[in-house]
Every structure is written in structure tokens, then in C-alpha cells.
Write a protein that binds this ligand. Structure first.
Ligand SMILES: Cc1cc2nc3c(=O)[nH]c(=O)nc-3n(C[C@H](O)[C@H](O)[C@H](O)COP(=O)(O)OP(=O)(O)OC[C@H]3O[C@@H](n4cnc5c(N)ncnc54)[C@H](O)[C@@H]3O)c2cc1C
Length: 458
């Protein structure tokens, strides 16, 4: 559905007001793609609701008129997750962008879903608190909940799923439910909060969330550990975790990517396989002791050098460069698109996955950067190419397919953090088997007309 009738447009404008409903081509085109190569079907219109009540009226209207609905956060997904596949209505949540309350004594915040992660952290920071899931991009909390996003600090703090306490959700058809409680624990029935986390907007629209917060660590140390080869670097990962050092970030970077980062930011990093780590502790002495043990472990795996920094500016620069890895790759390959492998495996299988992925990239003769959140077994291969070049793109797809199949055979998953969206749907049956059919039945129960974010996950 790429256009609304005049009657439908009038009805939508009556729900949210004319200034928060648009059928203008530029707004519609802005909601046609996320950062991936996936392209959607032009939506007929965009709405910017400001309350749960408005979202409920919109979803009741859409169900009565059989209009497909796609929720939209910041549009930073990598698998086409917020891209409308059947046109219809895009519900852009960025006007519901307030932090409603922070309760430092309970380590909790109530937020609207359009709050950007960095803004939440700015406000929580005044209380010495922060929201740990960190996908690098300044995503909205609603988009992070819907994708179960995570990032560099997942190895210590877990994914978004671990930080969501309570949700308000508008279901397809417009009814409103609240899941979870404010208590730190509960055994009262099915855990519906976790059903909605990671459901990518296919089961309803989150209009409010209560999140858990953590105390900002008192002492932080960042380290860059240099190795001669990528595989021993990845082998050191399980040992660092197994030793109980509790790294707060543990990232694996290949020389090719470090070379690009140096070229862009003049970082002066050694262009050799490296682990970027961060450790958090309650005292400087504890941090020094952790660094000493980490160095010893890494030297056991042949580390060439262990450089650490506690100065905030140096740390920030390092992580900024890591967070901008995807943009750096794009800038180095202008007019090319990327296909991102996001497989995750048990950490003991990480080294063999790194080796396997490298061999696949070389075997297919494509450009690909193998790196990842090594501490949580999450392997990224950013494959670079031109989707219009069918022969080349099929080689990229072949690498993706082979790495995912290998990850699933190792007991892992096709997506550690980016979600299924459009791109990873083809692996769902392989990964879940009969359980995928149960997911489908749950989807059909909650959304019998199949109108919520159609074409995603299923
Ligand atoms: C440079 C870069 C680095 C990244 N690194 C990481 C990383 O390390 N880890 C990681 O996990 N991700 C990463 N991402 C991907 C992305 O940032 C996350 O997936 C993020 O959670 C998307 O949030 P968003 O606000 O952009 O949501 P969108 O992309 O707009 O939407 C995401 C999904 O949420 C749904 N949605 C949005 N709002 C709601 C709502 N209120 N209710 C229900 N459904 C909703 C959409 O329909 C869609 O399915 C990265 C992206 C970029 C650009």
C-alpha cells in the first residue's frame, strides 16, 4: 500500500493532528531504508504519535482498515528491521522522547521509547548511574528493546533484555497491556516482558519502559593487547574470561581494520591483530592487579605487547574509533554496500569461527573485515560489495551462509545482536526448527491479520 485515500488521510490526521501526519514524499523516502542495503516499499504515510493513547487509536484504526504498520526508532538497524515491506503506515516513535522518571534508590528509570540512549545516559549520569547496553549508534530505547540490542559491554553487563523491568505495549488492534513489575524479581507466570524484547515490532508497539540502571564504575582501565596472529588473540579471550577477570569489553580487531582506523583518525595503533579491552573496578589498586593478571594471561598466548591507559581522553578516543568501525569501512569503500555477518557462538568455539570466517572470505575472493565482540562470542564479518553486481554479491551471500551455518552447528545463532529483520529470516528454520513454528503461532495469536511490521522475522 503506497498511498492513502483522502478519507484515510483525514482519519489519521484527526488522530494525531495534521502537523504530526505526513504523506509528503521526502518523509516517506526517509523511512524507506535503515543502514543496510535492504530497501522497503514506499509507505503511504508517516505518523509521529506523542502518547500511548494516540498509538492505541492508530493501531485500532490500522486494524479496522487492514493497513500494515511498521514502527520506527532511529533507523540504525542493519537487517532492514524498521523498513516497511508492504508500505502502509510508519509509526515514527521519536516524538515520544522523554525520560519520565529516574528513581536512583531503586536503580530504575521510566522512559518513553523514543528516548535516544545517549540522552538517557546523560540524565542518569547526574545520579551516578547509567544504562549499560551500548550498540555504539545513538539508537532509541524502543529500537534497542525491539532488537534486543547489545554491544561492546555485553560481556560484563548483558544485553538490553537484561535491563528491561516493565513494558507498556499497544497490541495490534489497539488494546494496551503492561508487562512485568517494579520488583527486582517475580515468579508470577509467563515472562511476557521478555517475549516483547527482541520481537522487532512484530507483536505490538512499546510505548513506555521501566529500565534498570547500573552505578557508573569508579575506576576504568582500557587496554590494547597486540598479537602476531588473529587466532591466538581470539584464544586469549576465553582465558581472560575464565580467569574471572570480568572484562567490561573485549573486542577483537584485525590489522586491516586497524589500518583504516589509523588512516582516518591518526590513532597510531600498531597494525597487528589486537584485543581492545576494558576493565571496571572499585579501586585503582584492584584495577592495577587485574591489568597485571590480564597481561600475564595474554603473554601466555604470545601477546607481543600490553598497552593500557586509564586517562579518560585516551579511552574515549579508542572506543570512539571502535564504535565508528562500520562508518570507517564505508568511507574506505565509497559507493559500496555492506552485508554484515552477526553470528554468535560459545566462547570456546570463537577461535575456530574466526579462522573459518577468514578462510571463507579469502576463498570467495571478496572484501571482508572479520572482527567482533569476542568476549560474548559474537563474530562480525563486514562484507563489502555492490548489490547490483549479482555475481559478486552472491559470493558475499555465500560467506554469510557458510559462517551462519557453521555457527549454528557449533550451538550458536545467526544473530547475536542485530536481530532478524529481513536479512536473517532465511536462517530461522535452521536455527529453531519446531520452536520457530511455535513463534509463528504466537505471532498469529497476537496479530491474526499479520499487519505488525510484516515481512520481519517470519
Ligand atoms: C555504526 C553502528 C553500529 C552498530 N553497532 C551495534 C552493536 O554493536 N550492537 C547492536 O546490537 N546493534 C548495533 N547497531 C544496530 C542498531 O543500532 C541497533 O539494532 C538499535 O537497537 C536500533 O535502534 P533504532 O532506534 O535505530 O531502531 P530502528 O532501527 O528504527 O528499529 C529497530 C526495530 O525496532 C522496531 N521498533 C522501533 N521502535 C519500536 C517501539 N517503540 N515498539 C516496538 N518496536 C519498535 C522497528 O520496527 C524495528 O524492527 C549498530 C548500528 C550502527 C549504525
Amino acid at each position: 500500500m503506497e498511498t492513502f485515500s483522502a478519507e484515510h488521510a483525514e482519519e489519521l490526521a484527526a488522530i494525531v493532528g495534521r502537523e504530526r501526519f505526513s504523506t509528503g514524499l521526502s518523509s516517506r523516502e526517509l523511512h524507506l531504508r535503515d543502514i543496510s542495503f535492504h530497501r522497503g516499499v514506499l509507505p503511504a504515510g508517516i505518523v509521529w504519535p506523542e502518547s500511548t493513547e494516540e498509538v492505541a487509536r492508530l493501531l485500532a484504526w490500522a486494524y479496522a482498515r487492514e493497513v500494515p504498520v511498521t514502527p520506527w526508532g532511529a533507523g540504525t538497524s542493519t537487517e532492514g528491521n524498521p523498513v516497511p515491506t508492504r508500505g502502509g503506515l510508519v509509526v515514527d516513535m521519536t516524538r515520544m522522547n522523554r525520560v519520565l522518571a529516574i528513581r536512583p534508590q531503586d536503580l530504575q528509570a521510566d522512559v518513553q521509547p523514543g528516548v535516544p540512549r545517549k540522552e538517557l545516559n546523560r540524565q542518569a549520569g547526574r545520579h551516578g548511574l547509567f544504562f549499560p547496553p551500548d550498540p555504539g549508534a545513538d539508537a532509541t530505547i524502543g529500537g534497542m528493546i525491539a532488537n534486543n540490542a547489545s554491544g561492546v559491554q555485553t560481556v560484563k553487563y548483558g544485553a538490553t533484555r537484561d535491563w528491561v523491568q516493565r513494558l507498556t505495549v499497544v497490541l495490534p488492534g489497539g488494546s494496551v497491556i503492561r508487562t512485568g513489575t517494579l520488583a527486582p524479581k517475580s515468579s508470577a507466570g509467563f515472562d511476557l516482558t521478555r517475549l516483547f524484547v527482541g520481537s522487532e515490532g512484530t507483536l505490538g508497539i512499546v510505548t513506555e519502559a521501566t529500565l534498570r540502571l547500573a552505578g557508573i564504575p569508579g575506576h576504568i582501565l582500557a587496554a590494547v593487547i597486540l598479537f602476531a596472529e588473529l587466532v591466538p588473540a581470539s584464544e586469549a579471550v576465553a582465558a581472560l574470561i575464565g580467569a574471572g577477570l570480568g572484562p567490561a569489553a573485549l573486542e577483537l580487531l584485525p590489522p586491516a581494520l586497524i589500518r583504516l582506523m589509523n588512516r582516518e583518525k591518526d590513532l597510531g595503533l600498531a597494525e597487528t591483530p589486537s584485543l581492545f579491552c576494558e576493565f571496571h573496578a572499585a579501586s585503582a589498586a584492584a584495577l592495577e592487579e587485574t591489568a597485571r593478571l590480564a597481561r600475564e594471561i595474554c603473554e601466555g598466548f604470545g601477546a607481543l605487547e600490553f598497552r593500557h591507559a586509564t586517562a579518560e581522553a585516551a579511552r574515549r578516543e579508542l572506543w570512539r574509533a571502535r564504535h565508528e568501525a562500520w562508518e570507517t569501512i564505508h568511507r574506505a569503500h565509497p559507493r559500496q554496500e555492506t552485508l554484515i555477518v552477526d553470528a554468535a557462538v560459545p566462547i570456546s568455539r570463537y577461535p575456530e569461527m574466526v579462522q573459518f570466517a577468514q578462510r571463507e572470505v579469502e576463498g570467495q575472493g571478496v572484501t571482508g573485515y572479520v572482527f567482533g565482540h569476542a568476549g560474548d562470542g559474537n563474530l562480525h564479518v563486514v562484507l563489502v560489495g555492490d548489490p547490483a553486481d549479482a555475481a559478486q554479491w552472491s559470493r558475499l551471500e555465500a560467506v554469510n551462509q557458510a559462517v551462519v551455518e557453521r555457527a549454528i552447528a557449533c550451538g550458536g545463532t545467526c544473530t547475536g545482536e542485530h536481530g532478524v529483520g529481513i536479512g536473517k529470516r532465511k536462517f530461522m528454520e535452521l536455527e529453531h526448527g519446531e520452536a520457530y513454528r511455535l513463534m509463528r503461532r504466537i505471532k498469529d495469536l497476537i496479530d491474526p491479520k499479520g499487519l505488525m511490521n510484516p515481512g520481519k522475522i517470519f
